[in-house]
Design a protein around this ligand. Structure first.
Ligand code: IPM
Ligand code: MG
Length: 347
C-alpha cells in the first residue's frame, strides 16, 4: 500500500518523521512511501502550494499522511498561493468532506488540560466537521462599497445534499460509539444553519436508535468547557468545526495531542495532526509528535484495514505518557525525537 507523505512546513517535517519511524516499526515493508512538497515548501520548490505532482501523488496513494502548512514569510502572497491553500485544495480535489477529530483525555494528562482535572477527565468525544463547503469555499473577494469603502466578503452556504452527507457520517459515528449526536449550528441567525438543522432532522428518521440534540455554536463553545463529558459525537459545519476542534484540543490536554482523519465517501483519507506548522518552534526539537503518530494510527484503522496495528500504536503512546515523557507543550523537556523513541520503546 502506498502512502503519500506530505510533511509541509514548520514542525511538519519533524513530526511526520517520528510518525514514519513508528509506522516502519509496526508495518515494516507492508507500506511504501513517496514524499512530496506542500504548502510553503511546495511554493518554494514548484511555485505552487499544491504542485500538480503532489496532487497526483495524493490521488494515486492509498492514504495521505500530512504534517502541517503555514509560513509567515508567505503572508504577502496572493491568497491562491498561500500555504493554507494546499490543505484546502487537497480536501476539495480529493472530495475529503468528513473530518473526524476525536478528543479524548489520556488519564496521565489530566493536569495538562486547561480545565480542572475532574472536568477534563470526562472528555471523550468526536467532532465530525464538514470540510468541502461552507464559508471556506463560497464566493469571496474584496470590493468597494458605493461610499467608496473597502469591503471583504465570504459567502456561507450549504446545499441539502452536502448537509445530508455529513449528517450520515455523524449518525454512523454515533452508532459506533455511545449513540448520541449533537448537531451544532447557528439556526437562530443564519439561513444556512436553518437548512442544516432541517436536513439533520430529516436524516435522523433513518437513525431512530440515535439520540439527537441541537445546540447553537456559542452555547456549544461554553458547554465544551463547562461539561465536555455531555458530548459523544458533535456534527457541524466547516467554520464552526474548525473553531470547536481547537478548543476541544486544549480541554483534552494539548493541541499537540489531537489527530484527525478526513475521509471521502470510500474512506480514502488524509491524516493530519490538528495543530499547525508552529513556525516559532520549528527545527528546535520541541514539537510534540504524538498528534501525528496518533493520526498514523487512525490511518491504519480507517483507510488501510489494520485495526490491530492501530491499537498497538495507541497503546504505545499511552505507555510513553505513563512513563512520564512530556514535550514542552505538556510542561516537560522531552524532545521530538525522544518522544518518538519512547513510543518505539513501548511498542
Ligand atoms: C485546520 C486548519 C486549516 C483549516 C487551515 C490551515 C486552513 O486550521 O485543519 O483546522 O482552517 O481548516
Ligand atoms: Mg483549525
Amino acid at each position: 500500500m502506498l502512502i503519500a507523505l506530505l510533511p509541509g512546513d514548520g514542525i511538519g517535517p519533524e513530526v511526520t518523521a517520528e510518525a514514519r519511524r513508528v509506522l516502519d516499526a509496526v508495518c515494516g515493508t507492508a507500506l511504501s512511501y513517496e514524499e512530496a512538497p506542500v504548502g510553503a515548501a511546495g511554493y518554494r520548490a514548484e511555485g505552487h502550494p499544491l504542485p500538480p505532482a503532489t496532487l497526483d501523488l495524493a490521488k494515486r496513494a492509498d492514504a495521505v499522511l500530512f504534517g502541517a502548512v503555514g509560513d509567515p514569510s508567505c503572508d504577502h502572497l496572493e491568497r491562491a498561493l498561500r500555504p493554507e491553500q494546499a490543505i484546502l485544495g487537497l480536501r476539495k480535489e480529493l472530495a475529503l468532506f468528513a473530518n473526524l477529530r476525536p478528543a479524548k483525555l489520556f488519564p496521565e494528562l489530566a493536569d495538562a488540560s486547561a480545565l480542572r482535572p475532574e472536568v477534563a477527565r470526562s472528555i471523550d468525544l468526536v467532532i465530525v466537521r464538514e470540510t468541502n463547503g461552507d464559508v471556506y469555499f463560497g464566493e469571496k473577494g474584496m470590493r468597494t462599497t458605493p461610499a467608496g469603502r473597502r469591503q471583504g466578503y465570504d459567502i456561507m452556504s450549504y446545499d441539502e445534499d452536502e448537509v445530508a452527507r455529513i449528517a450520515r457520517v455523524g449518525f454512523e459515528t454515533a452508532k459506533a460509539r455511545r449513540g448520541r449526536l449533537c448537531s451544532v449550528d447557528k439556526a437562530n441567525v443564519l439561513e444556512t444553519s436553518q437548512l442544516w438543522r432541517d436536513v439533520v432532522i430529516e436524516v435522523a428518521r433513518d437513525y431512530p436508535e440515535i439520540e439527537l440534540s441541537h445546540m447553537y455554536v456559542d452555547n456549544a463553545a461554553m458547554q465544551l468547557v463547562r461539561n465536555p463529558g455531555q458530548f459523544d459525537v458533535i456534527v457541524t459545519g466547516n467554520l464552526f468545526g474548525d473553531i470547536l476542534s481547537d478548543q476541544a484540543s486544549m480541554c483534552a490536554g494539548s493541541i499537540g495531542m489531537l489527530p484527525s482523519a478526513t475521509l471521502d465517501v470510500n474512506k480514502k483519507g488524509l491524516y493530519e495532526p490538528i495543530h499547525g506548522s508552529a513556525p516559532d518552534i520549528a527545527g528546535q526539537g520541541k514539537a510534540n509528535p504524538l498528534a501525528t503518530i496518533l493520526s498514523a494510527a487512525m490511518m491504519l484503522r480507517y483507510s488501510l484495514g489494520k485495526p490491530a496495528e492501530a491499537d498497538r500504536i495507541e497503546a504505545a503512546v499511552a505507555a510513553a505518557l505513563a512513563a512520564g515523557h512530556r514535550t514542552a507543550d505538556l510542561g516537560g523537556t522531552t524532545t521530538t525525537s525522544q518522544m518518538g523513541d519512547a513510543v518505539l520503546a513501548a511498542l
